[in-house]
Write a protein that binds this ligand. Structure first.
Ligand SMILES: [Zn+2]
Length: 398
């Protein structure tokens, strides 16, 4: 399964049970940093307001006047020149209640945290004015991530990962940042691996909200010897099966957790057989995050979008195998409209009060509850689910 996270590949060279201690930057590589097509630098600005999609939108002068603004939960965000990727992600983050509450509480220090806190306060208080200008936040962000400067279209999922990553860097306070103490402790359980991860590497409110953990089990096909390692994840990059017209998101999750055969050059070393053996690798989620962010890998390496339609389910269940079953409900969705990663348009659908859906299209925010269905999300790209319940109906084995 080429699309499984690269986190596990490092462990596949050895069957011995190991927890791969990493610096944050390598976590970024696994879960955050862009795939190669994204990291290729975009050429100089080709933004041309006169010919672009946005030009027609800017000429729409009746943007907010027709909307009964007192009913809106959030203000729109003005487009600063192809910044729909940013606006749609900010709207989805604003709709993420534990995240929004934490940011707006403004209890922390940090340049980006403060800038986002100011923006969120404006978004919540400027509803009657229709929309707010996110340029101050954007300036602060660009100081940290200059590749987002300019007017090129960018990838919304990539923007999301950079924002969360940079915020976390400002807020990260692991209790014992003992990286100089490279004592390798091999955890014997998911819980132990999690404790080590939190105390040594990543500990912030954002970890409480977004981070889950999966187990990677490698089994020798010859002797049956099993080894397990555990890794945190900040989002789930779900593969989209190709050459299919219509796919259910449950199938994408099944593909993510399907057993992968490691053979040929990929054969891991089996500590019992004392040689490299054909093996299987299987991922399972053992710790369900409060907020589950799913990234549908819709773009091919050359930036083209796969044509498959994905049926998004409002509710999904994540089977933790031997421990728990988590139920999630969709409340936010960043959509990409178009065919290429470097063009097109991003908007967001966000749910408030657990019932009403709003379409956030740059400065326009409208209540679309009456016409909304899961089919509305046919262009979904990044999905935001909140955990509804966690059923402990298995005895803990891991
Ligand atoms: Zn073996």
């Amino acid at each position: 399964m080429a699309s499984s996270p690269t986190t596990s590949s490092s462990s596949s060279s050895s069957l011995s049970s190991s927890y791969q201690y990493r610096t944050r930057s390598s976590y970024d590589l696994n879960n955050y940093r862009p795939s190669s097509y994204l990291s290729s630098s975009y050429s100089s600005s080709t933004y041309s307001p006169k010919s672009s999609y946005l030009a027609s939108k800017f000429s729409d002068s009746c943007l907010d006047s027709k909307i009964p603004s007192e009913k809106l939960p959030v203000a729109g965000l003005s487009n600063l020149g192809n910044t729909c990727y940013m606006n749609s992600v900010l709207q989805a983050l604003f709709a993420t209640k534990p995240f929004r509450d934490y940011i707006m509480a403004h209890h922390e220090n940090g340049q980006l945290y403060s800038a986002l806190s100011r923006l969120f306060k404006e978004m919540s208080s400027s509803i009657r004015h229709g929309h707010v200008n996110p340029s101050q936040f954007r300036s602060t962000f660009i100081q940290l991530e200059s590749k987002f400067n300019g007017c090129e279209q960018q990838d919304a999922q990539e923007f999301l990962s950079y924002v969360i990553n940079d915020l976390h860097d400002e807020l990260n306070k692991p209790k014992s940042r003992s990286r100089s103490n490279n004592t390798m402790i091999e955890p014997k359980s998911a819980q132990e691996a999690w404790s080590i991860y939190r105390s040594r590497y990543d500990d912030s409110k954002l970890v409480d909200i977004f981070v889950g953990q999966y187990a990677s089990v490698i089994k020798c096909s010859y002797c049956g010897n099993e080894s397990t390692c555990w890794d945190p994840f900040w989002d789930l990059p779900l593969p989209v099966p190709r050459n299919r017209n219509r796919i259910d998101i449950d199938e994408c999750i099944a593909e993510f957790t399907a057993a992968e055969i490691l053979d040929g050059n990929e054969q891991p070393f089996c500590s019992r057989c004392k040689q490299h053996r054909r093996s299987t690798k299987r991922l399972s989620i053992v710790r369900s995050p409060k907020i589950l962010v799913i990234h549908l890998k819709k773009f091919s390496n050359n930036g083209y979008k796969l044509s498959s339609d994905i049926n998004v389910n409002q509710q999904i269940r994540i089977d933790n195998g031997s421990t728990t079953m988590a139920t999630y409900e969709l409340y936010g969705c960043v959509c990409h409209h178009g065919y290429l990663s470097r063009s097109g348009h991003y908007t967001a659908y966000c749910q408030y009060d657990q019932q009403r859906w709003y379409h956030c299209d740059d400065q326009k925010v409208r209540d679309c509850t009456n016409s909304f269905s899961m089919a509305t999300l046919k262009d979904s790209y990044v999905l935001f689910y909140r955990q509804q319940q966690l059923d402990h109906h298995y005895s803990s084995r891991l």
